[in-house]
Write a protein that binds this ligand. Sequence first.
Ligand SMILES: Cc1cc2nc3c(=O)[nH]c(=O)nc-3n(C[C@H](O)[C@H](O)[C@H](O)COP(=O)(O)O)c2cc1C
Length: 393
Amino acid sequence: MLTGRRLLLAVTGGVAAYKSAFLARRLVEGGAEVKVMLTESALEFVGPQTYAAITGSQPHVALFGEDMVSPHTELARWCELAVVAPATAATLGKLSAGISDNLVVSTLLATKAPVLIAPAMHTEMWEHPATRRNMETLRGYGYIVVGPETGALAGGDEGIGRMSEPEAILEAIETALTPSGPSLRVLVTAGGTREPVDPVRYLGNRSSGKMGHAVADEAARRGHMVTLVTTSALPTHPAVKVVAVETAEEMLQAVEGTPADVAVMAAAVADFRPTTSGAEKIPRSQGLESIPLSPTPDILASVVARQPRPVVVGFAAETGDVERAVEKAKRKDVDLLVYNDVTEPGSGFGTDTNRVVVIDAGGGTEQWPLMTKSEVAAKLLDRALGMRVSDRP
Ligand SMILES: Cc1cc2nc3c(=O)[nH]c(=O)nc-3n(C[C@H](O)[C@H](O)[C@H](O)COP(=O)(O)O)c2cc1C
């Protein structure tokens, strides 16, 4: 897989730089041709001679004064894949803003090759809004992101921010170099349905549609054919086919008309709708003692019942403990159920972040750390797109 592949490894100034020497070694062992760029700060942590010895060629450290006339453009054209490991907060910021004042950022801006980044920094730096925003931007550019992981950090600290291990980065590099599989038909639902009481009023819920839209955007960025059935007017990736709906019934119709290999059902569908809703607004003077309700169609069940059956991801926005969601995952017979407690800070409706528990068909649970909805979307698609219904226990 790696034999003869031209890989450019950019090392920036964090403690995890020592781990990138292992990565370089693994790449060379795999048969890749590896060139290395180091930022000035990286040189404070590792020496160029280490990489020269591992890769067989002297690393590049500067825009000016190198043997090459224009090192950034030459390296940019040479590589098939650029890997930034570790990627510091500073480099992520420069990259997202297009500030190309060193060799590493200039080369990354100049290349048309895919770029894979492995961020590493202290938890506070990773969670700072500036870093969150920069990561959103870089994901939007189509950069592949690996990690960071939760674990021991430099200086005896513990938390999220630890660079992924070289083996995990290696695996991501191999995936990035593998010709992408067939484009899948991905159906996503998003937003809260609105069930009319009369032409003016409706029964609704607090779902913003952000989570479902993030999933649709990410799937489109990966080149899949995406249909998004949504009640939300949020902007979407230009390749996403948007079907705008209001009610659960309309959502069902749109979903039934959409073939899918993978269905991510992130919409918050009302369980009940007003039994009748007239063509005229109910005047205040008339009063309204109660609103008779009828159950809405079970859209998730209709997708699960399809033959052939798509991979189905359900969502459960709850306020209770995870056991109810585990029971729901089994009862609904979904492949994955994404549970989030909407009362938790930073989680649920309207927020840009989410802390979710992912439940598989066997009832196994996996707690994910607080992430942006785009990050949750990417991680979720990594799981769902790789699944086949035959993987079910
Ligand atoms: C001991 C030490 C460790 C550091 N570790 C990190 C780190 O892990 N991640 C990070 O983003 N910055 C870290 N920094 C700060 C960066 O070195 C600094 O922001 C630098 O400007 C990064 O430049 P570069 O991205 O061009 O390499 C560290 C600094 C010191 C002194």
